[in-house]
Design a protein around this ligand. Structure first.
Ligand code: MN3
Length: 202
Protein backbone atom coordinates (compact mmCIF):
# COMPACT_ATOMS: atom_id res chain seq x y z
CA UNK A 1 0.00 0.00 0.00
CA UNK A 2 1.17 3.49 -0.82
CA UNK A 3 1.07 6.22 1.82
CA UNK A 4 1.12 10.00 1.84
CA UNK A 5 4.65 11.19 2.64
CA UNK A 6 5.10 13.67 5.46
CA UNK A 7 6.49 17.08 4.58
CA UNK A 8 9.84 18.08 6.03
CA UNK A 9 8.48 21.55 6.88
CA UNK A 10 5.26 23.26 7.95
CA UNK A 11 2.49 24.30 5.57
CA UNK A 12 3.38 27.95 6.21
CA UNK A 13 7.11 27.48 5.59
CA UNK A 14 7.01 28.83 2.03
CA UNK A 15 4.99 31.95 2.77
CA UNK A 16 4.53 34.46 1.24
CA UNK A 17 5.39 32.73 -2.07
CA UNK A 18 3.29 29.59 -1.60
CA UNK A 19 0.47 30.14 0.90
CA UNK A 20 -0.25 27.77 3.78
CA UNK A 21 -3.85 27.05 2.81
CA UNK A 22 -2.91 25.94 -0.69
CA UNK A 23 -0.04 23.83 0.65
CA UNK A 24 -2.28 22.06 3.15
CA UNK A 25 -5.11 21.38 0.69
CA UNK A 26 -2.64 20.30 -1.96
CA UNK A 27 -1.01 17.80 0.39
CA UNK A 28 -3.91 16.49 2.48
CA UNK A 29 -6.61 16.50 -0.20
CA UNK A 30 -5.14 16.40 -3.71
CA UNK A 31 -2.09 14.24 -3.08
CA UNK A 32 -3.99 12.02 -0.63
CA UNK A 33 -6.61 11.36 -3.31
CA UNK A 34 -3.98 10.13 -5.77
CA UNK A 35 -2.67 7.76 -3.08
CA UNK A 36 -6.15 6.49 -2.19
CA UNK A 37 -7.20 5.92 -5.80
CA UNK A 38 -3.92 4.18 -6.63
CA UNK A 39 -4.34 1.84 -3.64
CA UNK A 40 -7.93 1.11 -4.64
CA UNK A 41 -6.89 0.33 -8.22
CA UNK A 42 -4.11 -2.05 -7.12
CA UNK A 43 -5.98 -3.79 -4.28
CA UNK A 44 -5.99 -7.11 -6.15
CA UNK A 45 -2.43 -6.76 -7.40
CA UNK A 46 -0.11 -7.06 -4.39
CA UNK A 47 2.96 -7.52 -6.58
CA UNK A 48 2.39 -4.10 -8.14
CA UNK A 49 1.46 -2.49 -4.81
CA UNK A 50 4.71 -3.79 -3.31
CA UNK A 51 6.88 -1.74 -5.69
CA UNK A 52 8.15 1.69 -4.81
CA UNK A 53 6.13 4.38 -6.53
CA UNK A 54 9.11 5.31 -8.71
CA UNK A 55 9.59 1.69 -9.76
CA UNK A 56 5.89 1.21 -10.48
CA UNK A 57 5.77 4.23 -12.77
CA UNK A 58 9.17 3.61 -14.39
CA UNK A 59 8.07 0.04 -15.21
CA UNK A 60 4.81 1.29 -16.69
CA UNK A 61 5.06 -1.08 -19.66
CA UNK A 62 4.77 -4.03 -17.24
CA UNK A 63 1.43 -2.77 -15.88
CA UNK A 64 -1.58 -4.74 -17.20
CA UNK A 65 -3.55 -2.80 -19.79
CA UNK A 66 -6.63 -2.64 -17.59
CA UNK A 67 -4.65 -0.84 -14.86
CA UNK A 68 -2.57 1.48 -17.03
CA UNK A 69 -4.93 4.46 -16.85
CA UNK A 70 -5.07 4.27 -13.04
CA UNK A 71 -1.29 3.89 -12.72
CA UNK A 72 -0.66 6.72 -15.19
CA UNK A 73 -3.05 9.13 -13.49
CA UNK A 74 -2.91 8.21 -9.79
CA UNK A 75 0.51 6.53 -9.73
CA UNK A 76 1.89 9.43 -11.73
CA UNK A 77 0.15 11.85 -9.39
CA UNK A 78 1.66 10.15 -6.35
CA UNK A 79 5.16 10.04 -7.87
CA UNK A 80 5.02 13.62 -9.12
CA UNK A 81 3.81 15.08 -5.83
CA UNK A 82 6.26 13.01 -3.77
CA UNK A 83 9.06 14.65 -5.74
CA UNK A 84 7.39 18.08 -5.58
CA UNK A 85 7.32 18.28 -1.76
CA UNK A 86 10.94 17.25 -1.32
CA UNK A 87 12.27 19.75 -3.86
CA UNK A 88 10.51 22.64 -2.13
CA UNK A 89 11.98 24.53 0.81
CA UNK A 90 14.06 27.60 1.22
CA UNK A 91 17.76 27.07 0.77
CA UNK A 92 20.07 28.75 -1.68
CA UNK A 93 19.12 31.08 -4.51
CA UNK A 94 20.69 28.96 -7.21
CA UNK A 95 22.29 25.57 -7.74
CA UNK A 96 26.01 25.11 -7.41
CA UNK A 97 28.59 22.60 -8.53
CA UNK A 98 27.86 19.98 -11.21
CA UNK A 99 24.21 20.95 -11.62
CA UNK A 100 25.08 24.62 -12.09
CA UNK A 101 27.59 23.59 -14.74
CA UNK A 102 25.00 21.35 -16.40
CA UNK A 103 22.41 24.12 -16.56
CA UNK A 104 24.96 26.51 -18.02
CA UNK A 105 25.80 23.90 -20.65
CA UNK A 106 22.08 23.41 -21.39
CA UNK A 107 20.99 27.04 -21.60
CA UNK A 108 24.07 29.26 -21.42
CA UNK A 109 23.33 30.61 -17.95
CA UNK A 110 21.14 29.98 -14.92
CA UNK A 111 18.98 32.99 -15.73
CA UNK A 112 18.39 31.71 -19.25
CA UNK A 113 17.49 28.29 -17.86
CA UNK A 114 14.86 29.98 -15.69
CA UNK A 115 13.50 31.83 -18.73
CA UNK A 116 13.24 28.64 -20.80
CA UNK A 117 11.64 26.70 -17.95
CA UNK A 118 9.14 29.49 -17.24
CA UNK A 119 8.28 29.79 -20.93
CA UNK A 120 7.34 26.10 -21.12
CA UNK A 121 5.34 26.33 -17.90
CA UNK A 122 3.53 29.47 -19.04
CA UNK A 123 2.75 27.98 -22.42
CA UNK A 124 1.29 24.70 -21.20
CA UNK A 125 -2.34 24.39 -22.28
CA UNK A 126 -4.43 22.83 -19.53
CA UNK A 127 -3.00 20.93 -16.58
CA UNK A 128 0.40 19.31 -16.31
CA UNK A 129 3.96 19.72 -15.15
CA UNK A 130 7.15 21.34 -16.38
CA UNK A 131 10.28 19.38 -15.47
CA UNK A 132 14.02 19.46 -15.35
CA UNK A 133 14.92 15.89 -16.18
CA UNK A 134 18.03 13.77 -16.63
CA UNK A 135 17.85 11.74 -19.84
CA UNK A 136 19.17 8.17 -20.08
CA UNK A 137 22.37 9.57 -21.67
CA UNK A 138 22.75 11.81 -18.56
CA UNK A 139 21.98 15.06 -20.41
CA UNK A 140 19.67 17.60 -18.81
CA UNK A 141 16.46 18.64 -20.54
CA UNK A 142 13.42 20.82 -19.83
CA UNK A 143 10.19 19.04 -20.75
CA UNK A 144 6.48 19.44 -20.12
CA UNK A 145 4.06 16.58 -19.56
CA UNK A 146 0.24 16.68 -19.63
CA UNK A 147 -1.99 15.74 -16.71
CA UNK A 148 -0.07 13.55 -14.21
CA UNK A 149 2.14 11.82 -16.79
CA UNK A 150 5.50 11.19 -15.16
CA UNK A 151 8.85 11.56 -16.96
CA UNK A 152 9.69 8.18 -15.40
CA UNK A 153 7.29 6.58 -17.90
CA UNK A 154 9.58 7.62 -20.75
CA UNK A 155 12.82 6.60 -19.06
CA UNK A 156 13.75 10.05 -17.80
CA UNK A 157 14.60 10.93 -14.21
CA UNK A 158 12.86 14.09 -12.98
CA UNK A 159 14.96 16.13 -10.55
CA UNK A 160 12.76 19.25 -10.37
CA UNK A 161 9.11 19.70 -11.27
CA UNK A 162 6.61 22.54 -11.30
CA UNK A 163 2.99 21.57 -10.75
CA UNK A 164 0.89 23.61 -13.16
CA UNK A 165 -2.53 22.38 -12.13
CA UNK A 166 -4.75 25.21 -10.96
CA UNK A 167 -5.06 23.48 -7.57
CA UNK A 168 -1.39 24.38 -7.03
CA UNK A 169 -1.96 28.12 -7.25
CA UNK A 170 -5.55 29.25 -7.80
CA UNK A 171 -6.37 30.30 -4.21
CA UNK A 172 -3.50 32.77 -4.13
CA UNK A 173 -2.80 33.61 -7.75
CA UNK A 174 -6.15 32.92 -9.50
CA UNK A 175 -5.53 33.23 -13.26
CA UNK A 176 -2.07 34.81 -12.80
CA UNK A 177 -0.04 31.70 -13.62
CA UNK A 178 3.12 33.71 -14.51
CA UNK A 179 3.20 35.16 -10.97
CA UNK A 180 3.00 31.65 -9.52
CA UNK A 181 5.83 30.50 -11.78
CA UNK A 182 7.93 33.50 -10.73
CA UNK A 183 7.31 32.66 -7.06
CA UNK A 184 8.50 29.09 -7.64
CA UNK A 185 12.14 30.25 -7.90
CA UNK A 186 11.99 31.46 -4.29
CA UNK A 187 10.95 28.11 -2.82
CA UNK A 188 13.22 25.55 -4.47
CA UNK A 189 15.39 23.34 -2.29
CA UNK A 190 18.41 23.31 -4.60
CA UNK A 191 20.34 21.07 -2.21
CA UNK A 192 17.75 18.34 -2.82
CA UNK A 193 17.73 18.94 -6.59
CA UNK A 194 21.53 18.71 -6.67
CA UNK A 195 21.39 15.44 -4.70
CA UNK A 196 18.92 13.98 -7.17
CA UNK A 197 21.07 15.13 -10.09
CA UNK A 198 24.14 13.46 -8.63
CA UNK A 199 22.23 10.19 -8.09
CA UNK A 200 20.80 10.30 -11.63
CA UNK A 201 24.16 10.68 -13.36
CA UNK A 202 26.07 8.15 -11.24
MN1 MN3 B 1 -0.80 18.99 -7.62
Amino acid sequence: MFTLPQLGYGYDALEPHFDAQTMELHHTKHHQTYVDKLNAALKDNPELAAKSIEQLVREFDQVPTTLQTAVKNHGGGHANHSLWWTTLGKTTEAPTGELAAGLTKLCGSFDTFKEHFAAQATGLFGSGWTWLVVNPNHSLEIITTPNQDSPLMTGRTPILGLDIWEHAYYLKYQNRRPEFIAAFWSVINWTEVEKRYTEAVE
